[in-house]
Design a protein around this ligand. Structure first.
Ligand code: C2E
Ligand code: MG
Ligand code: MG
Ligand code: MG
Length: 289
């Protein structure tokens, strides 16, 4: 602590900075161990067409710590993974688990795609791209059943080998989705170069639909651009019927959010899926018509 007020402003902050750094290092170590011990798991959140048909799912990494399984939020550990290099083994782990789920779905005659979140920086890594293609081949899963979600905010500094590597994956049959659309910096000309097939409208624009004039205009504009560029649109964070109604009325292709389904562990998601398919009841009655 500073001995003298005023003079010691820097010294005053020093211990706090130290604490933050120490906490970060601890989190990184714990995450490294969790990856090594295969303690990460995946949850899946279903996506539905506005008429209520189950059309896909998003894979979300989960980290439950200790005997009580206290969850650590991906919002807290994904940035640490990204800045420490742990994102590479983490992504391969998540992908491997996601492909195992797709394979089990295929064995039950269910062919719907799963989306996996993919940090943009990974597209610079040739070795990882090869790893993705190898995992697909090993799993015997058609690439068409895998969508990679890329966050828009990371797109600003795109290098040309990023586009080349994305091109390789696209030629192999994978699809790309631009996550959190509207919050980042990507310009519209980019959308075509990126080999995208889908946009996800960020939850912040969905939140106060249909009451908020600005968000109504933004969402309608996104839907109109997407239609002209022949991109599919998924709305994320749909929590109310009035949001779903607005999105459906304006041609949004898929809805995802707590209104329809909360992310659940892959095992129970699969069981639920199998039940609803065998009873032909995978429909959600969200369409007012
Ligand atoms: P995201 O990709 O935009 O995922 C959607 C997030 O919103 C998820 O949070 C999901 O649980 C939450 N969500 C879905 N519907 C609703 C809703 O109706 N209301 C509210 N309030 N929230 C909803 P989660 O699982 O905490 O993940 C946060 C972020 O962490 C993700 O945002 C994604 O950017 C990142 N992430 C998650 N899993 C992975 C992963 O395996 N790899 C990478 N690189 N990032 C991941
Ligand atoms: Mg996502
Ligand atoms: Mg998102
Ligand atoms: Mg989001």
């Amino acid at each position: 602590h500073a001995k003298q007020a005023g003079k010691g402003t820097f010294a005053f902050f020093e211990p706090r900075i130290g604490e933050v750094v120490q906490q970060r290092v601890r989190l990184e170590e714990a995450l490294r161990n969790a990856i090594l011990r295969d303690e990460l798991s995946i949850a899946i959140q279903s996506q539905y067409s506005p008429s209520g048909r189950l059309s896909g799912g998003e894979v979300l990494v989960r980290w439950l710590v200790g005997p009580d399984g206290v969850p650590v939020s991906p919002g807290a550990f994904i940035p640490v993974a990204e800045s420490s290099g742990l994102i590479k083994p983490l992504t391969l782990l998540v992908l491997d688990k996601a492909l195992a789920v797709i394979r089990q779905m295929m064995q039950r005659g269910i062919h719907i795609p799963l989306s996996v979140n993919f940090s943009t920086d990974l597209f610079r890594d040739e070795e990882l791209i090869n790893g993705v293609l190898e995992l697909l081949a090993e799993a015997g899963v058609p690439a068409e059943l895998l969508v990679l979600e890329i966050t828009e905010s990371l797109f600003i500094d795109t290098h040309s080998d990023v586009l080349d590597n994305m091109g390789r994956l696209m030629e192999a049959g994978l699809k790309f989705s631009l996550d959190d659309f509207g919050t980042g910096y990507s310009n519209l000309a980019y959308l075509k170069k990126m080999h995208l097939s889908e946009l996800k409208i960020d939850k912040s624009f969905v939140d106060n639909l249909p009451g908020d004039d600005d968000n109504r205009a933004i969402v309608r504009s996104i839907l109109s651009i997407a239609r002209q560029l022949k991109l599919r649109v998924v709305a994320e964070g749909v929590e109310t019927h009035s949001q779903a109604d607005f999105l459906a009325a304006h041609g949004c292709d898929l809805l995802q959010g707590f209104l329809l389904h909360k992310p659940e562990p892959a095992d129970s998601w699969l069981i639920e899926l199998e039940n609803c398919f065998s009873e032909k009841k995978c429909h959600k009655g969200v369409d007012p018509s």
